[in-house]
Design a protein around this ligand. Structure first.
Ligand SMILES: *Cc1c(COP(=O)(O)O)cnc(C)c1O
Length: 421
């Protein structure tokens, strides 16, 4: 039996209605920007396996560092103990994070990094003697699938069974030049009438909302208002972090810096799961007390796993390397050239780019996971390119190590797909 057949017996896949989608492609190998299936077909990973393996699959530098670490220390409880990989990672991360970030707190995935951020924000005010229970979030935002993260996600298409158990959230539209005055008014109204703990946002690019982009100066103004009312700013950089927007973090495009930042996806270069919630000294200090209950009583068994920390540290070294920084610039320029060309295609409604993130909307209405979208996905895979359209948006977020030839193949395949519509 093929892996694909054996898969059906016991496995339950994420985000899947198995009755409608029983088949899952078995991938047996991955290297750099390529995935290989059990038939030996290869695919260019045009979305870096959900924006994780940005330095390429099975990156030699990361795997060699991790192999060394595996001989030295596998895991140790992080409550009451510490170790060099976590210390080195904290130093490397604070060195590249926005200037006001001082402390890092570990968890396991993007959703937990958001839950940690929300709990930090709620307890920050609680410890300061203020009960603030409301979180403001952007419409169409996505922050993960655990309860806290799911609650603040506006993009909750399939959340029906859970909605009555959500934490208290108010939503404002994503700011545009046209709606900005109204969005500001809505924000001020909520801040004035409700006890707001924090505002959570994906800075500049909303990944799951099909790479929806919005302007830094608009977000900056919203953050001015949020800060004026004493609410905290939580930047969910789970998708945007680590070079994808052309800077190490999307928040660097702004003047206002967040109080709290969520990181996951490419933190370990896609090798193992790990997440970090970083915060400023001000947040951390609100938990320092002779009263034990004012501490942050949140912890995951695998917090700061040394293997994952080692992968993350190697990833940051790669991110800062001349090679990767040059690759990022090459991809940015290549996308710009492709954009000039593909924009003229009659099936393209609009395009957008920030750093290595590129998206185009088709001039056709499509359901998020409807038939036409599935047809398009199949077309890409049949042509050896792994791109997962979201509704009528086709986006590229390839590993930084993708070659010029592979990138050209991605572009050509998109154009062929448009021609086939
Ligand atoms: C993917 C994502 C999450 C959730 O991360 P998981 O590791 O899937 O739990 C949260 N926020 C953003 C912006 C994301 O893109």
């Amino acid at each position: 039996m093929s892996l694909q057949e054996r898969d059906k017996k016991h496995l339950w896949h994420p985000l899947t209605q198995h009755k409608l989608h029983p088949d899952h492609l078995a991938i047996t190998k991955a290297k750099e920007a390529l995935l290989f299936d059990e038939q030996g077909n290869e695919y260019i990973d045009g979305i870096a396996s959900w924006y994780t393996c940005m330095y390429g699959h099975c990156n030699d530098y990361i795997t060699s560092k991790v192999a060394e670490q595996m001989q030295q220390l596998d895991h140790v409880v992080f409550a009451g103990f510490t170790h060099e990989p976590a210390i080195k990672l904290s130093e490397a991360l604070i060195d590249i994070l926005p200037k006001n970030q001082e402390k890092v707190f570990f968890s396991d995935n993007g959703s937990t990094s958001v839950d940690v951020a929300i709990k930090m924000a709620l307890q920050y005010h609680f410890n300061n003697g203020e009960k603030r229970g409301k979180i403001i979030a952007l419409e169409d935002g996505f922050h993960g699938d655990t309860f806290g993260a799911m609650s603040v996600s506006g993009l909750s298409v399939y959340n029906g069974p859970f909605e009555e158990f959500f934490i208290d959230v108010a939503r404002i539209p994503v700011p545009t030049k046209d709606n900005f005055e109204s969005v500001k008014q809505q924000l001020v109204e909520i801040l004035k009438t409700e006890k707001v703990a924090a505002f959570i946002y994906e800075p500049l690019v909303q990944g799951a909302a099909a790479m929806k982009m919005y302007d830094a100066d608009l977000l900056d103004e919203l953050l001015d208002i949020v800060k004026e009312y004493g609410a905290l700013a939580i930047a969910d950089e789970v998708m945007t972090g680590f070079g994808k927007t052309g800077k190490h973090f999307a928040s660097e495009h702004l003047t206002n810096q967040p109080d709290i930042i969520c990181l996951a996806k490419s933190l370990t270069g896609g090798l193992v799961p790990m997440a970090i919630t970083s915060c400023s000294e001000k947040i951390y200090n609100a938990f320092l007390s002779d009263d034990i209950a004012k501490g942050f009583f949140h912890g995951h068994t695998y917090s700061a796993n040394p293997i994952a920390c080692t992968a993350a540290l190697a990833g940051i070294e790669l991110l800062r390397s001349e090679d990767i920084q040059a690759n990022i610039q090459t991809i940015i320029e290549a996308h710009k050239t492709f954009d000039v060309h593909i924009k003229k295609h009659p099936k393209v409604a609009r395009t957008r780019q920030l750093g290595v993130i590129y998206a185009l909307d088709l001039d056709i209405e499509m359901e998020r996971y409807g038939n036409l979208r599935n047809k398009l996905f199949k077309f890409f895979m049949d042509n050896g390119v792994c791109l997962r359209p979201l509704g009528n948006t086709i986006y590229i977020l390839a590993p930084f190590v993708i070659t010029k030839k592979q990138l050209d193949k991605v572009y050509n395949t998109i154009e062929k797909a448009l021609d086939s519509l």
